[in-house]
Design a protein around this ligand. Structure first.
Ligand code: SF4
Ligand code: SF4
Length: 472
């Protein structure tokens, strides 16, 4: 029985409700009167629920699809402006006891090299990341109570935050580790993590169990209820995601929105971010073995609809996607991207020898951070290295209320300019710096509040004089 407030996975992600939703969407996808009414509702920036959103996803009318894209672009502009927040993944360990059939780290894969970074190796990785200009990391580790216990993760977070190298510092560590206990989530909160990220992979329970045949992750309820435990443990920024390609995308899309609605209904805060990964090739993994792959057009439509349905939730896209796909979906609502990512354990400090592969997936976008930053600026975006909200305690409902008040623009925009300025001063090539300086001067005028604009201009000068780390 579907109950958005239930704490049981099978009730807040009810299979019956999803099936009824998909049937409702099929019945109504050509009901253009309803589609128009839903688009009108979405234009009021109040979001749409999973049933409404599923009708739009099923709608094939070309004119309405163009309206969806235009609306997504407008919402993106209104809420996120032209800023794109940058981050990088940091793989700590590929030891894993689970059997996820789509991931090369699964316990039975003998083709990859198993590695776990020591604290000294983490230092080297972090310095390499700082030398590129990164300020925000997402740490990743397989599930392995012996090799990667929570103590190892906590120690690694402490190490990462402690490293000050030249003008560099990692100011926000997001964590992507397996579902765990309330007690462990509390420890992660105390360690000062930003967002806790856990991809659901698939909301379809039967498929989920087949795709995760062995290991603790096989337990669908334990995995699906993890965000509730994280929130109980005090983590109020959580990141959802499904791995598109494993199951029918329409099923996943409805499940994803139901999960967001559940978090909002129970905890008063929806997800902080949604990630939209697609299954990719990796050592021992062939994506064509999964027959639910989605085209670039459907992928773009999903991104646009997420933007429309949960306007206050950030959307993340990784280097799994090519430059061309990233360019398309950034316009439609993506607010955070990774740059210059290495998806192998220890890949930043040293190139992996060919016979020692530990990549979790093939990176499609292989450009350097400098190239990605310049590309974004050439497209009219402001690459932002901002981490201010988390450091000012603006998380969970405090973050959401600031967003909803419309005042977040007075924080995000100047913070983007100041962190970009730091990047240009400390890490950029001469060519990128030149493009960036012009962009900053032009964008300064777009800070809504006059006083904020003046303070920002002052801080930009101070950054030139060598000071760092200003924020609103
Ligand atoms: S997806 Fe995560 S849990 Fe599954 S095998 Fe890969 S690292 Fe392990
Ligand atoms: S001010 Fe907050 S919401 Fe805006 S970019 Fe910075 S951290 Fe993100």
């Amino acid at each position: 029985m579907y109950d958005v407030k239930s704490m049981k996975a099978e009730e807040f992600i009810s299979d019956e409700e999803i099936r009824e939703t998909l049937a409702y969407a099929d019945e109504n996808c050509e009901n253009l009167e309803l589609v128009d009414a839903l688009l009108k509702k979405a234009e009021a920036r109040k979001g749409l629920n999973h049933r409404e959103a599923s009708v739009l996803l099923a709608c094939q009318d070309p004119e309405r699809i163009q309206r969806m894209y235009r609306l997504a672009e407008q919402i993106k502009k209104d809420f996120y402006g032209n800023r794109i927040v940058m981050f990088a993944p940091l793989y700590l360990s590929d030891y894993c006891v689970n059997g996820c059939v789509y991931c090369p780290y699964h316990a039975g894969n003998r083709l990859i090299a198993r590695k776990k970074l020591s604290q000294e190796e983490i230092r080297r990785e972090v310095i390499a990341l700082q030398d590129m200009g990164h300020k925000r990391l997402a740490i990743e580790a397989g599930e392995d109570p012996v090799n990667n216990p929570i103590e190892y993760i906590l120690e690694s977070i402490k190490t990462i935050y402690s490293i000050q190298h030249k003008n560099g510092a990692i100011r926000r560590v997001n964590v992507n580790i397996a579902a765990t206990t309330v007690e462990d989530y509390r420890k992660l909160k105390e360690a000062g993590i930003g967002t806790y990220i856990l991809f659901q992979e698939t909301y379809h329970k039967e498929s989920y169990e087949k795709l995760h045949p062995t290991g603790p992750k096989h337990n669908y309820a334990w995995h699906t209820e993890a965000m509730d435990r994280a929130m109980e443990g005090g983590i109020d920024d959580v990141g959802l995601g499904v791995l598109f390609g494993l199951e029918m995308y329409r099923y996943e899309f409805a499940g994803l929105l139901m999960h967001a609605e559940h978090l909002e209904a129970v905890h008063g805060v929806g997800p902080h971010t949604i990630s939209v990964p697609r299954v990719k090739r990796a050592e021992g993994i062939d994506p064509s073995a999964f027959d639910n792959g989605i085209s670039d057009d459907i992928f773009a439509k999903i991104c646009a609809l997420i933007r429309i349905c949960v306007p206050y939730t950030g959307m993340i896209i990784s280097t799994r996607e090519s430059q061309a796909v990233r360019e398309k979906v950034i316009r439609l609502g993506v607010s955070q991207i990774s740059g210059a990512s290495r998806t192998s354990v220890g890949g930043y400090a040293e190139e992996e020898p060919e016979d020692e592969c530990s990549e979790q997936f093939d990176v499609s976008d292989k450009r350097t951070l400098d190239e990605v930053v310049r590309w974004l600026m050439d497209l009219g975006y402001i690459p932002s290295f901002c981490t201010a909200c988390y450091r000012e305690g603006r998380t969970g409902d405090r973050f959401m209320s600031l967003c909803k008040s419309g005042q977040i623009q007075n924080c995000c925009h100047p913070n983007a300019l100041m962190t970009l300025k730091e990047y240009l001063m400390d890490y950029a090539s001469a060519e990128t710096r030149e493009v960036g300086e012009k962009l900053i001067q032009a964008e300064l005028a777009n800070i809504p509040r006059e006083r904020t604009r003046e303070i920002c201009a002052e801080h930009l000068k101070q950054i030139e004089e060598g000071q760092r780390d200003f924020r609103f």
